[in-house]
Design a protein around this ligand. Sequence first.
Ligand code: CTP
Length: 405
Amino acid sequence: MELQGKRIVLGVSGGIAAYKAAELLRLLIKDGATVQVAMTEAATHFVTPVTFQALSGQPVFIDQWDARMANNMAHIDLSRHADVLLVAPASADFLAKVANGLADDLLSTLVLARDCPLLLAPAMNRQMWENPATRRNVATLRADGIAIVGPASGEQACGETGLGRMLEPEEILAELIAHFQPKVLAGKRVLLTAGPTFEAIDPVRGITNLSSGKMGYAIARAAREAGAQVTLVSGPVDLPAPPGVERIAVTSARQMHAAVHRQIAAHAENAADLDVFIAVAAVADYRPATFIAQKIKKAAQAAPPMIELRQNPDILGEVAALPKPPLCVGFAAESENLAAYAENKRRRKGIPLIVGNLIHDGFGGDRNTLILFDDDGQHPLAPDSKLRLARQLVARIATLLEKRR
Ligand code: CTP
């Protein structure tokens, strides 16, 4: 219920993606929002107002001259108490209208008369999106402080493939939830590792662990929601990349190590140093000394084979030891003595913040219990969803960044 108590005006303009607005509306309501729908006349040719009325439980407004508003001021009243005005889909024509301040129907008038933030989710044919007129309009809208979410690339209703498809309803919902989070990491650059690593023995076998990646992905999402530019170096997991997060997929600890150092070097080259490094990955401490190119056959072995191990580089330890390190955050997953082990690890790695959790509380699930350890002592966070815990961690990181300045 991320949108509990939020009041949203959902504007639907004319385009085939209007059918997806019905699903979006359902998700918004399910997440606790109160939604008032306003449609353009063109949108009613794609989906009938009855659909939106049934899903929102509210009358739908289309006409500027709608007599249902006692003072006949639908264009003002509908958005007066809204927390956000979201137009999905926003057609090329609608973007043009908003960019130029036109107000010739109810929805465009609502947009012009609003006193709340505006989010637009464009949807159009790829050539319309690439047209210089649309490019100009989008630049104007951005300069006016209007948030534009999407469009995505992919197959379009017209049969062409390219940029212009509306984001999926789940993605728009995630953007909207992100919109409401405090921007405590605005403009900061954050790098994370997440998930397990896989250390190959032969082409079909390897050493790995049970890390699901969920905590790391939740932190990546929370950091991005807080306004950071986020890169996630991820071991093999079965999770979609959080919206707006750049993901670099790796398999082994050494690949993860190399990817992290490449990122740090790239930031330094652009004179845009990394602000925060969060090591959430459950990195395998050891790898097989040699990779056996052909599958090991049991018949060929007289005795069970021995696997000789070599130590992997300590990614977090190395980053923390850089001459000008970013703010480094580590994780300590323990099965006992959490406070002692975590604090010890924090000192050994020389990092300002370590996040402790007991393995049976968090591994694989959607919830967790965390304790943050830093110079100010211990900060236990009550059991909660990984995303809400991630938001609390992000807030603590922002406080520590502020202190460091
Ligand atoms: N880490 C890392 N690179 C490694 C190993 C761990 O970056 N090769 C990071 C993890 O992402 C985590 C922290 O270091 O943030 C965990 O510290 P570590 O002492 O390696 O933890 P364990 O492997 O659990 O240590 P131990 O076996 O001593 O419990």
